[in-house]
Design a protein around this ligand. Structure first.
Ligand code: PGA
Length: 262
């Protein structure tokens, strides 16, 4: 982690409506407060569906909750005739700190290419939103090219047009580990995270290489988070399924209390 504040990010995917989101975020904040969670040990962010964001913003602002939030996607365009798209302008107005870009489900089901991912990163940066750039290999890629070739190539393409020094979060998510219950090992995650950090340094400069947080994602749960966070180049997690249960997610956020466990 080397001086980087870990980020525990909950990707809700297409789950929880705005009323459920309010109940969830309230309960999450109470749980973390009751357990004495210190945001200096881990930053927590949730990524609800677009339709929840205004409700989450209102709650977080009204109660000054130590929870950040972001969107699961954004348009590469800022405005205009793009029916169904959501602009970074709107996300910035809703106080989004982050936006997930290039999740494997977007790449797979919505045909997002590396070029689209790069354009969306530029859109996020235009509006002061930090992109959480997802990369990862499929099981076939793993067999044919090993674990790091595809994520490294995806990240290089994604960051090619970004300005040096710009802020990003990178999420290494092996596609075979997402929702499968079969997480990568901490050693696998570390070796790819190290390769990805080198790409960040190449594309965005040495300082960004040092300060950029690289998350691991794919079947993360309270029982395995500590092993990942012990690795020097893994700075947090992008959590899907386990981010939908308050107790489980809060326990993941408090990984520093169970670093001794596997
Ligand atoms: P999972 O999903 O934790 O359910 O495997 C991770 C993700 O897709 O971000």
């Amino acid at each position: 982690m080397a001086g980087r504040t870990p980020l525990i990010a909950g990707n809700w995917k297409m789950n929880l409506d705005h009323l459920q989101a309010i109940a969830f975020v309230q309960k999450l904040a109470w749980t973390l407060r009751d357990k004495g969670h210190d945001v200096a040990t881990a930053e927590v962010a949730v990524f609800p569906p677009f339709t929840d964001l205004r409700s989450v913003q209102t709650l977080v602002n009204a109660d000054d909750l130590p929870v950040r939030y972001g969107a699961q996607d954004l348009s590469e365009h800022d405005s205009g005739a793009y029916t169904g798209e959501v602009s970074g302008v709107f996300l910035a107005a809703l106080g989004c700190s982050y936006v997930i870009i290039g999740h494997s489900e977007r790449r797979q089901y919505h045909g997002e290419t590396d070029e689209v991912v790069a354009a969306k990163i530029a859109a996020a940066h235009r509006h002061g939103i930090v992109p959480v750039v997802c990369v990862g290999e499929t099981a076939e890629d793993l067999e044919q090219h090993g674990p790091s070739a595809v994520p490294v190539a995806q990240l290089r393409a994604a960051l090619a047009g970004a300005q040096r020094g710009s802020e990003v979060v990178v999420a290494y998510e092996p596609v075979w580990a997402i929702g499968s219950g079969q997480a990568a090992t901490p050693q696998q995650a570390q070796s790819v995270a190290e390769a990805l950090r080198a790409v960040v340094a190449e594309e965005l400069g040495a300082e960004a290489g040092e300060s950029t947080r690289i998350l691991y994602g794919g079947s993360v749960k309270a029982a395995n988070i500590a092993g990942f966070l012990r690795e020097p180049d893994v700075d947090g997690a992008l959590v899907g399924g386990a981010s939908l249960q308050v107790e489980e997610f809060a326990s993941i956020v408090r990984f520093d209390k169970h670093v001794g466990t596997l």
